[in-house]
Design a protein around this ligand. Structure first.
Ligand code: NDP
Ligand code: MG
Length: 391
Protein backbone atom coordinates (compact mmCIF):
# COMPACT_ATOMS: atom_id res chain seq x y z
CA UNK A 1 0.00 0.00 0.00
CA UNK A 2 1.42 3.38 -1.02
CA UNK A 3 0.31 6.25 1.24
CA UNK A 4 -0.32 9.49 -0.65
CA UNK A 5 -0.47 13.19 0.22
CA UNK A 6 -2.01 15.47 -2.40
CA UNK A 7 -1.05 19.15 -2.12
CA UNK A 8 -3.65 21.04 -4.17
CA UNK A 9 -6.28 18.30 -4.18
CA UNK A 10 -9.08 20.65 -5.35
CA UNK A 11 -7.26 21.73 -8.53
CA UNK A 12 -7.24 20.25 -11.99
CA UNK A 13 -4.19 18.04 -11.30
CA UNK A 14 -5.59 17.16 -7.86
CA UNK A 15 -8.87 15.97 -9.39
CA UNK A 16 -7.09 13.90 -12.04
CA UNK A 17 -4.92 12.34 -9.33
CA UNK A 18 -7.95 11.40 -7.23
CA UNK A 19 -9.54 9.91 -10.36
CA UNK A 20 -6.53 7.62 -10.91
CA UNK A 21 -6.29 6.69 -7.20
CA UNK A 22 -9.99 5.73 -7.12
CA UNK A 23 -9.27 3.11 -9.81
CA UNK A 24 -6.70 1.35 -7.60
CA UNK A 25 -7.91 1.14 -3.99
CA UNK A 26 -5.77 -2.00 -3.59
CA UNK A 27 -2.54 -0.03 -4.25
CA UNK A 28 -3.04 3.46 -2.79
CA UNK A 29 -4.39 4.99 0.37
CA UNK A 30 -4.79 8.76 0.80
CA UNK A 31 -2.98 10.07 3.88
CA UNK A 32 -3.67 13.79 3.50
CA UNK A 33 -5.38 16.28 1.16
CA UNK A 34 -4.93 20.05 0.89
CA UNK A 35 -6.88 22.91 -0.66
CA UNK A 36 -6.75 26.66 -0.29
CA UNK A 37 -10.25 28.15 -0.57
CA UNK A 38 -12.48 25.49 -2.15
CA UNK A 39 -13.68 24.01 1.13
CA UNK A 40 -16.79 22.21 -0.20
CA UNK A 41 -14.77 20.44 -2.91
CA UNK A 42 -12.20 19.35 -0.35
CA UNK A 43 -14.93 18.10 1.99
CA UNK A 44 -16.37 15.98 -0.86
CA UNK A 45 -12.93 14.47 -1.51
CA UNK A 46 -12.48 13.79 2.21
CA UNK A 47 -15.83 11.97 2.37
CA UNK A 48 -14.77 9.82 -0.60
CA UNK A 49 -11.13 9.10 0.36
CA UNK A 50 -11.15 9.35 4.17
CA UNK A 51 -7.65 10.83 4.68
CA UNK A 52 -6.17 11.15 8.17
CA UNK A 53 -5.48 14.88 7.66
CA UNK A 54 -6.87 17.80 5.66
CA UNK A 55 -5.28 21.24 5.34
CA UNK A 56 -6.76 24.53 4.02
CA UNK A 57 -5.57 28.12 3.72
CA UNK A 58 -7.12 30.07 6.59
CA UNK A 59 -8.56 29.55 10.11
CA UNK A 60 -12.00 30.41 8.75
CA UNK A 61 -11.72 27.79 5.98
CA UNK A 62 -10.54 25.24 8.56
CA UNK A 63 -13.57 25.94 10.71
CA UNK A 64 -15.95 25.50 7.79
CA UNK A 65 -14.18 22.29 6.72
CA UNK A 66 -14.28 20.81 10.22
CA UNK A 67 -18.06 21.41 10.31
CA UNK A 68 -18.48 19.62 6.97
CA UNK A 69 -16.40 16.67 8.20
CA UNK A 70 -18.19 16.17 11.50
CA UNK A 71 -18.35 12.50 12.42
CA UNK A 72 -15.25 11.63 10.37
CA UNK A 73 -11.91 11.02 12.09
CA UNK A 74 -9.96 13.64 10.11
CA UNK A 75 -7.55 16.15 11.63
CA UNK A 76 -8.16 19.58 10.08
CA UNK A 77 -5.46 22.29 10.01
CA UNK A 78 -4.58 25.42 8.09
CA UNK A 79 -1.52 27.25 6.81
CA UNK A 80 1.95 26.64 5.45
CA UNK A 81 3.35 24.86 8.49
CA UNK A 82 0.57 22.25 8.28
CA UNK A 83 1.19 21.85 4.54
CA UNK A 84 4.87 21.15 5.25
CA UNK A 85 3.85 18.59 7.89
CA UNK A 86 1.59 16.58 5.59
CA UNK A 87 4.27 16.76 2.88
CA UNK A 88 6.98 15.34 5.12
CA UNK A 89 5.07 13.10 7.56
CA UNK A 90 6.36 9.60 8.30
CA UNK A 91 2.76 8.51 7.56
CA UNK A 92 3.15 9.29 3.86
CA UNK A 93 5.31 7.73 1.11
CA UNK A 94 4.38 9.80 -1.93
CA UNK A 95 3.56 13.49 -2.34
CA UNK A 96 1.70 14.91 -5.32
CA UNK A 97 2.93 18.53 -5.46
CA UNK A 98 0.04 20.23 -7.29
CA UNK A 99 -0.35 23.61 -5.61
CA UNK A 100 -0.20 26.38 -8.19
CA UNK A 101 2.58 28.96 -8.03
CA UNK A 102 5.18 30.01 -5.47
CA UNK A 103 2.80 29.01 -2.64
CA UNK A 104 3.82 25.41 -3.39
CA UNK A 105 7.54 25.97 -2.79
CA UNK A 106 7.78 25.39 0.97
CA UNK A 107 5.72 22.17 1.15
CA UNK A 108 7.23 20.75 -2.05
CA UNK A 109 10.71 21.40 -0.71
CA UNK A 110 9.70 19.86 2.63
CA UNK A 111 8.72 16.65 0.83
CA UNK A 112 12.11 16.51 -0.92
CA UNK A 113 13.95 17.16 2.34
CA UNK A 114 12.00 14.30 3.94
CA UNK A 115 13.18 11.95 1.17
CA UNK A 116 9.71 11.28 -0.23
CA UNK A 117 8.69 10.11 -3.66
CA UNK A 118 7.81 13.55 -5.06
CA UNK A 119 5.45 13.76 -8.03
CA UNK A 120 6.15 17.26 -9.30
CA UNK A 121 3.39 19.22 -11.05
CA UNK A 122 4.23 22.54 -9.33
CA UNK A 123 6.81 23.71 -11.89
CA UNK A 124 7.00 27.21 -10.33
CA UNK A 125 8.74 25.73 -7.24
CA UNK A 126 11.49 24.27 -9.40
CA UNK A 127 11.82 27.43 -11.52
CA UNK A 128 12.33 29.49 -8.36
CA UNK A 129 14.75 27.27 -6.53
CA UNK A 130 16.14 24.81 -9.12
CA UNK A 131 19.61 24.18 -7.71
CA UNK A 132 18.47 24.18 -4.06
CA UNK A 133 15.58 21.86 -4.85
CA UNK A 134 17.69 19.38 -6.85
CA UNK A 135 20.31 19.40 -4.06
CA UNK A 136 17.60 18.62 -1.48
CA UNK A 137 16.40 15.71 -3.62
CA UNK A 138 19.91 14.28 -3.95
CA UNK A 139 21.04 14.84 -0.37
CA UNK A 140 17.92 13.29 1.15
CA UNK A 141 17.47 10.36 -1.23
CA UNK A 142 14.11 11.64 -2.52
CA UNK A 143 12.72 10.31 -5.81
CA UNK A 144 11.61 13.05 -8.17
CA UNK A 145 9.15 12.13 -10.92
CA UNK A 146 7.85 14.76 -13.36
CA UNK A 147 4.09 15.14 -13.84
CA UNK A 148 4.22 17.94 -16.39
CA UNK A 149 3.30 16.01 -19.54
CA UNK A 150 6.36 17.18 -21.51
CA UNK A 151 8.83 16.33 -18.77
CA UNK A 152 7.14 13.04 -18.09
CA UNK A 153 7.47 12.28 -21.83
CA UNK A 154 11.17 13.23 -21.78
CA UNK A 155 11.70 11.12 -18.66
CA UNK A 156 10.11 8.16 -20.46
CA UNK A 157 12.28 8.78 -23.56
CA UNK A 158 15.58 8.89 -21.63
CA UNK A 159 17.51 5.77 -20.59
CA UNK A 160 16.50 4.30 -17.21
CA UNK A 161 20.02 4.94 -15.94
CA UNK A 162 19.99 8.63 -16.93
CA UNK A 163 21.91 10.70 -14.37
CA UNK A 164 21.31 14.33 -15.45
CA UNK A 165 24.23 14.23 -17.88
CA UNK A 166 23.04 14.64 -21.49
CA UNK A 167 26.50 14.17 -22.98
CA UNK A 168 27.16 10.90 -21.17
CA UNK A 169 23.82 9.56 -22.41
CA UNK A 170 24.38 10.65 -26.03
CA UNK A 171 21.54 13.18 -25.89
CA UNK A 172 21.84 15.72 -28.72
CA UNK A 173 18.67 17.69 -27.99
CA UNK A 174 15.61 17.78 -25.81
CA UNK A 175 12.63 18.64 -28.01
CA UNK A 176 9.98 20.23 -25.85
CA UNK A 177 6.67 20.28 -27.68
CA UNK A 178 4.17 23.12 -27.23
CA UNK A 179 0.60 23.37 -28.49
CA UNK A 180 0.95 27.11 -29.04
CA UNK A 181 -2.21 27.68 -27.01
CA UNK A 182 -5.39 29.43 -28.14
CA UNK A 183 -3.61 32.35 -29.90
CA UNK A 184 -1.22 30.48 -32.17
CA UNK A 185 -2.91 31.75 -35.34
CA UNK A 186 -4.69 34.88 -34.09
CA UNK A 187 -3.58 38.20 -35.67
CA UNK A 188 -0.88 39.62 -33.36
CA UNK A 189 -2.41 43.13 -33.38
CA UNK A 190 -5.66 41.76 -31.89
CA UNK A 191 -3.92 40.14 -28.87
CA UNK A 192 -4.04 43.39 -26.92
CA UNK A 193 -7.82 43.01 -26.55
CA UNK A 194 -8.29 39.32 -25.66
CA UNK A 195 -10.33 38.51 -22.53
CA UNK A 196 -9.41 36.16 -19.66
CA UNK A 197 -12.03 33.65 -20.83
CA UNK A 198 -10.59 33.60 -24.35
CA UNK A 199 -7.09 33.12 -22.93
CA UNK A 200 -8.27 30.25 -20.70
CA UNK A 201 -9.91 28.36 -23.59
CA UNK A 202 -7.07 25.97 -24.35
CA UNK A 203 -7.56 23.94 -27.54
CA UNK A 204 -6.37 20.58 -26.09
CA UNK A 205 -6.12 20.67 -22.28
CA UNK A 206 -8.51 21.59 -19.46
CA UNK A 207 -6.38 23.18 -16.71
CA UNK A 208 -6.43 25.73 -13.89
CA UNK A 209 -6.74 29.39 -14.95
CA UNK A 210 -3.16 30.46 -14.14
CA UNK A 211 -1.51 27.76 -16.24
CA UNK A 212 -4.10 28.33 -18.99
CA UNK A 213 -3.04 31.98 -19.29
CA UNK A 214 0.60 30.86 -19.16
CA UNK A 215 -0.15 28.58 -22.12
CA UNK A 216 -1.71 31.47 -24.05
CA UNK A 217 1.39 33.69 -23.51
CA UNK A 218 3.68 30.63 -23.85
CA UNK A 219 5.23 31.56 -20.51
CA UNK A 220 4.17 28.04 -19.59
CA UNK A 221 6.65 26.71 -22.16
CA UNK A 222 9.26 29.15 -20.88
CA UNK A 223 8.83 27.87 -17.33
CA UNK A 224 9.02 24.34 -18.74
CA UNK A 225 12.34 25.10 -20.46
CA UNK A 226 13.74 26.09 -17.05
CA UNK A 227 12.07 23.04 -15.47
CA UNK A 228 13.71 20.77 -18.09
CA UNK A 229 17.06 22.40 -17.44
CA UNK A 230 16.93 21.42 -13.76
CA UNK A 231 15.29 18.03 -14.10
CA UNK A 232 17.54 16.76 -16.87
CA UNK A 233 20.75 18.75 -16.35
CA UNK A 234 20.47 20.25 -19.83
CA UNK A 235 21.87 23.69 -20.76
CA UNK A 236 19.55 26.14 -22.56
CA UNK A 237 21.27 25.41 -25.92
CA UNK A 238 20.21 21.76 -25.72
CA UNK A 239 16.53 22.53 -25.21
CA UNK A 240 14.49 23.26 -28.32
CA UNK A 241 10.83 24.28 -28.30
CA UNK A 242 8.77 22.80 -31.14
CA UNK A 243 5.19 23.92 -31.77
CA UNK A 244 2.96 20.89 -32.25
CA UNK A 245 -0.68 22.03 -32.16
CA UNK A 246 -2.22 18.54 -31.80
CA UNK A 247 -0.53 17.76 -28.41
CA UNK A 248 -0.23 14.08 -29.31
CA UNK A 249 3.55 13.87 -29.11
CA UNK A 250 4.21 15.06 -25.56
CA UNK A 251 7.95 15.68 -26.14
CA UNK A 252 11.02 13.99 -27.60
CA UNK A 253 14.69 13.29 -27.05
CA UNK A 254 17.04 13.23 -30.02
CA UNK A 255 20.30 11.32 -29.70
CA UNK A 256 23.71 11.79 -31.28
CA UNK A 257 23.19 8.72 -33.50
CA UNK A 258 20.18 10.38 -35.14
CA UNK A 259 17.51 8.46 -33.20
CA UNK A 260 14.56 10.42 -31.88
CA UNK A 261 12.50 8.86 -29.06
CA UNK A 262 9.09 10.25 -28.19
CA UNK A 263 6.15 9.54 -25.92
CA UNK A 264 2.69 9.83 -27.48
CA UNK A 265 -0.81 9.67 -26.08
CA UNK A 266 -4.15 11.38 -25.87
CA UNK A 267 -3.81 14.72 -24.07
CA UNK A 268 -5.03 13.74 -20.59
CA UNK A 269 -2.97 14.37 -17.45
CA UNK A 270 -4.09 11.06 -15.96
CA UNK A 271 -1.44 9.35 -18.15
CA UNK A 272 1.63 11.05 -16.62
CA UNK A 273 -0.02 10.90 -13.17
CA UNK A 274 -0.57 7.13 -13.43
CA UNK A 275 2.93 6.69 -14.85
CA UNK A 276 4.55 8.47 -11.92
CA UNK A 277 2.31 6.88 -9.27
CA UNK A 278 3.09 3.34 -10.40
CA UNK A 279 6.65 3.87 -11.68
CA UNK A 280 8.37 1.63 -12.69
CA UNK A 281 5.19 -0.43 -13.14
CA UNK A 282 2.24 0.53 -15.33
CA UNK A 283 -1.38 0.86 -14.22
CA UNK A 284 -4.66 1.78 -15.91
CA UNK A 285 -5.34 5.54 -15.89
CA UNK A 286 -8.79 5.74 -17.46
CA UNK A 287 -7.30 7.38 -20.58
CA UNK A 288 -8.45 5.83 -23.86
CA UNK A 289 -5.83 4.30 -26.15
CA UNK A 290 -4.49 6.52 -28.91
CA UNK A 291 -6.05 5.69 -32.27
CA UNK A 292 -3.36 6.60 -34.79
CA UNK A 293 -5.55 5.96 -37.85
CA UNK A 294 -8.19 8.31 -36.48
CA UNK A 295 -5.75 11.20 -36.10
CA UNK A 296 -5.42 14.34 -38.18
CA UNK A 297 -1.97 15.08 -39.60
CA UNK A 298 0.66 15.95 -37.01
CA UNK A 299 2.21 19.37 -37.57
CA UNK A 300 5.40 20.98 -36.29
CA UNK A 301 6.57 24.60 -36.42
CA UNK A 302 9.31 26.78 -35.01
CA UNK A 303 8.07 29.15 -32.26
CA UNK A 304 7.59 32.83 -33.12
CA UNK A 305 9.36 34.75 -30.34
CA UNK A 306 7.74 38.03 -31.41
CA UNK A 307 4.25 36.66 -31.01
CA UNK A 308 5.31 35.06 -27.72
CA UNK A 309 7.81 37.42 -26.01
CA UNK A 310 7.35 35.56 -22.69
CA UNK A 311 9.15 32.57 -24.18
CA UNK A 312 12.17 34.74 -25.00
CA UNK A 313 12.10 36.30 -21.51
CA UNK A 314 12.24 32.82 -19.95
CA UNK A 315 15.16 31.69 -22.11
CA UNK A 316 16.98 34.90 -21.13
CA UNK A 317 16.30 34.31 -17.42
CA UNK A 318 17.62 30.77 -17.66
CA UNK A 319 20.83 31.99 -19.35
CA UNK A 320 21.31 34.67 -16.69
CA UNK A 321 20.65 32.14 -13.89
CA UNK A 322 20.76 32.84 -10.15
CA UNK A 323 17.57 34.50 -8.95
CA UNK A 324 16.59 35.75 -12.44
CA UNK A 325 14.11 32.85 -12.95
CA UNK A 326 12.47 33.59 -9.59
CA UNK A 327 12.01 37.24 -10.65
CA UNK A 328 10.48 36.04 -13.91
CA UNK A 329 8.16 33.66 -12.07
CA UNK A 330 7.01 36.15 -9.43
CA UNK A 331 6.40 38.96 -11.95
CA UNK A 332 4.47 36.52 -14.12
CA UNK A 333 2.27 35.33 -11.23
CA UNK A 334 1.34 38.91 -10.31
CA UNK A 335 0.77 39.96 -13.93
CA UNK A 336 -1.38 36.91 -14.73
CA UNK A 337 -3.49 37.50 -11.63
CA UNK A 338 -3.97 41.16 -12.66
CA UNK A 339 -4.94 40.06 -16.18
CA UNK A 340 -7.44 37.50 -14.81
CA UNK A 341 -8.96 40.30 -12.71
CA UNK A 342 -9.19 42.54 -15.82
CA UNK A 343 -6.79 45.11 -14.36
CA UNK A 344 -4.35 44.90 -17.28
CA UNK A 345 -4.50 43.70 -20.87
CA UNK A 346 -3.08 40.46 -22.22
CA UNK A 347 -0.03 42.07 -23.80
CA UNK A 348 0.70 43.93 -20.57
CA UNK A 349 1.72 40.59 -19.04
CA UNK A 350 5.02 40.48 -20.94
CA UNK A 351 5.54 44.23 -20.42
CA UNK A 352 5.25 43.85 -16.64
CA UNK A 353 7.66 40.92 -16.58
CA UNK A 354 10.26 42.63 -18.78
CA UNK A 355 10.16 45.79 -16.65
CA UNK A 356 10.50 43.89 -13.39
CA UNK A 357 13.47 41.91 -14.67
CA UNK A 358 15.15 45.15 -15.75
CA UNK A 359 14.34 47.00 -12.51
CA UNK A 360 15.10 44.42 -9.79
CA UNK A 361 18.75 43.40 -9.50
CA UNK A 362 19.24 39.65 -9.47
CA UNK A 363 21.89 37.73 -7.58
CA UNK A 364 22.96 34.21 -6.72
CA UNK A 365 20.19 31.83 -5.57
CA UNK A 366 22.28 30.82 -2.59
CA UNK A 367 19.49 30.06 -0.12
CA UNK A 368 15.72 29.71 0.02
CA UNK A 369 15.65 32.96 2.01
CA UNK A 370 17.49 34.74 -0.85
CA UNK A 371 15.04 33.31 -3.38
CA UNK A 372 12.01 34.32 -1.32
CA UNK A 373 13.41 37.83 -0.78
CA UNK A 374 13.79 38.22 -4.56
CA UNK A 375 10.30 36.83 -5.05
CA UNK A 376 8.93 39.49 -2.67
CA UNK A 377 10.88 42.30 -4.37
CA UNK A 378 9.68 41.23 -7.80
CA UNK A 379 6.05 41.11 -6.63
CA UNK A 380 6.29 44.60 -5.21
CA UNK A 381 7.88 45.91 -8.40
CA UNK A 382 5.22 44.17 -10.51
CA UNK A 383 2.42 45.77 -8.50
CA UNK A 384 4.12 49.14 -9.09
CA UNK A 385 4.25 48.61 -12.87
CA UNK A 386 0.61 47.47 -12.90
CA UNK A 387 -0.51 50.54 -10.92
CA UNK A 388 1.26 52.76 -13.46
CA UNK A 389 -0.26 50.91 -16.46
CA UNK A 390 -3.74 51.27 -14.94
CA UNK A 391 -3.30 54.88 -13.91
P1 NDP B 1 -5.58 24.76 -10.18
O1 NDP B 1 -5.70 26.22 -10.13
O2 NDP B 1 -6.63 23.96 -10.85
O3 NDP B 1 -5.38 24.18 -8.69
C1 NDP B 1 -4.45 24.75 -7.81
C2 NDP B 1 -4.50 24.07 -6.45
O4 NDP B 1 -3.63 24.79 -5.57
C3 NDP B 1 -5.89 24.09 -5.80
O5 NDP B 1 -6.06 22.95 -5.02
C4 NDP B 1 -5.82 25.35 -4.93
O6 NDP B 1 -6.72 25.33 -3.84
C5 NDP B 1 -4.38 25.28 -4.44
N1 NDP B 1 -3.87 26.60 -4.08
C6 NDP B 1 -4.02 27.76 -4.76
N2 NDP B 1 -3.40 28.78 -4.12
C7 NDP B 1 -2.86 28.25 -3.00
C8 NDP B 1 -2.12 28.79 -1.90
N3 NDP B 1 -1.80 30.11 -1.83
N4 NDP B 1 -1.73 27.95 -0.91
C9 NDP B 1 -2.03 26.64 -0.95
N5 NDP B 1 -2.74 26.06 -1.96
C10 NDP B 1 -3.15 26.85 -2.97
O7 NDP B 1 -4.16 24.45 -10.86
P2 NDP B 1 -3.70 23.19 -11.73
O8 NDP B 1 -4.14 21.92 -11.08
O9 NDP B 1 -4.02 23.43 -13.15
O10 NDP B 1 -2.12 23.31 -11.62
C11 NDP B 1 -1.41 22.95 -10.43
C12 NDP B 1 0.08 22.95 -10.73
O11 NDP B 1 0.34 21.93 -11.69
C13 NDP B 1 0.60 24.26 -11.34
O12 NDP B 1 1.89 24.49 -10.86
C14 NDP B 1 0.64 23.96 -12.83
O13 NDP B 1 1.63 24.70 -13.49
C15 NDP B 1 0.99 22.48 -12.83
N6 NDP B 1 0.55 21.76 -14.02
C16 NDP B 1 -0.79 21.67 -14.31
C17 NDP B 1 -1.21 21.00 -15.44
C18 NDP B 1 -2.68 20.84 -15.74
O14 NDP B 1 -3.02 20.12 -16.69
N7 NDP B 1 -3.58 21.43 -15.00
C19 NDP B 1 -0.25 20.40 -16.39
C20 NDP B 1 1.12 20.53 -15.96
C21 NDP B 1 1.50 21.20 -14.82
P3 NDP B 1 -8.25 25.92 -3.96
O15 NDP B 1 -8.70 25.65 -5.33
O16 NDP B 1 -8.99 25.14 -2.92
O17 NDP B 1 -8.21 27.38 -3.65
MG1 MG C 1 3.21 20.99 -19.63
Amino acid sequence: MQRITILGATGSIGASTLDVLARHPDRYRVHALSAHGRVEELADACHRFKPARAVVGTPDAAERLAALLEGLDIQVDHGEQALCEIASSSETDTVMAAIVGAAGLAPTLASARAGKKVLLANKEALVMSGQLFMDAVRENGATLLPIDSEHNAIFQSLPATYARDPQAAGVARILLTASGGPFLKRAVDTLEAVTPDEACKHPNWVMGRKISVDSATMMNKGLEVIEAHWLFGAPAELIEVVIHPQSVIHSMVSYTDGSVLAQLGNPDMRTPIAHALAFPERIASGVSQLDLTDMAALQFYKPDFERFPCLALAFDALRVGGTAPSLLNAANEVAVQAFLECEIGFRDIDRVIAEVIDAVPHGPASSIEAVLAQDARAREAAHGVIARLRG
